[in-house]
Design a protein around this ligand. Structure first.
Ligand code: NDP
Length: 245
């Protein structure tokens, strides 16, 4: 597809759900995808599946909470392909809970993955993109980055933060011709609820997923943003299941 073919795209959280679907859709449209997540065997399987379909994929096991590992991911991408066109900060976790449950380690993990991981990713690729005066950073926030409900306090807080960070990035790097996009999905049927340790909340989320979108719906909105001409930045997209209130 126009303006996707040949682009080098780093994808975090590529081992399942939205990241996996996006990697396939982008690779099918001619992008060279660099798959990152912690579960290496899943990345290996995805790479093989993309290659079987004629696409180009490499992978690097990466924990986004480690700044060092993300810097290595950016270096590996540059060394392999000679450029970094797009970073998709998609890795995320959602262990929802009530504040009174005081699940401090879950709060910390969410902040580390959902906020610090995004910042580390931006920090790692910016030098390459600023040098070329071209690039695109896509950060996956959420509908919960716009509205908050009970049990979403910390998760929602991280997703509001992702929107704030991306908007500041947009203003700072417009002069360097770097595009930014915030993706805000509503309910998408993935493994995301698996990290919820409160069984009641987990069940209520999973029960609501009969109306949820397939991850490919989000992959197509990411494809849309990348495929626009270089002077056109699609700054934010909200995609909900039609029946989600
Ligand atoms: P999944 O649970 O299917 O995917 C999450 C991905 O994040 C996995 O690939 C996981 O890989 C990766 N990940 C988690 N922790 C880390 C880490 N420390 N380092 C590297 N990778 C990590 O969920 P989704 O596909 O649904 O989630 C993708 C994004 O979409 C998230 O940011 C989520 O918040 C957002 N989102 C999802 C919605 C939904 O309804 N599903 C709605 C709104 C937003 P691994 O475990 O192998 O490291």
């Amino acid at each position: 597809m126009r303006n996707v073919e040949g682009k080098v795209v780093i994808l975090t959280g590529a081992s399942s759900g939205i990241g996996e679907a996006t990697a396939e859709v982008l690779a099918n449209n001619g992008a060279k995808v660099v798959l990152a997540a912690r579960r290496e065997e899943r990345l290996q399987e995805l790479k093989s599946s993309i290659e079987k379909q004629g696409g180009t994929a490499v992978y690097k096991a990466t924990d986004v909470t480690s700044q060092e590992q993300i810097e290595e991911l950016a270096r590996y991408t540059f060394d392999t392909f000679g450029q970094i066109d797009v970073l998709i900060n998609n890795a995320g976790i959602m262990p929802l809970s009530f504040l009174h449950e005081k699940k401090v380690s879950e709060w910390d993990q969410m902040i580390d993955v959902n906020i610090k991981g995004v910042l580390y990713g931006i920090g790692a690729v910016l030098p390459y993109m600023r040098e070329r005066k071209q690039g695109h950073i896509i950060d996956v926030s959420s509908v919960t980055g716009h509205i908050v409900r009970k049990t979403w306090a910390v998760y929602s807080g991280t997703k509001f933060a992702v929107r704030a960070i991306t908007e500041a990035l947009r203003q700072e790097e417009a002069v360097n011709n770097i595009r930014t996009t915030i993706i805000c999905p509503g309910g998408v049927a993935t493994e995301l609820a698996n990290t919820i340790s409160n069984e009641e909340i987990k069940k209520s989320i999973q029960d609501s997923w009969h109306i949820a979108l397939h991850p490919e719906a989000i992959a197509h909105s990411i494809l849309f943003a990348i495929s626009q001409p270089e002077n056109t930045a699609v700054n934010e997209i909200i995609v909900r299941p039609t029946k989600q209130e």
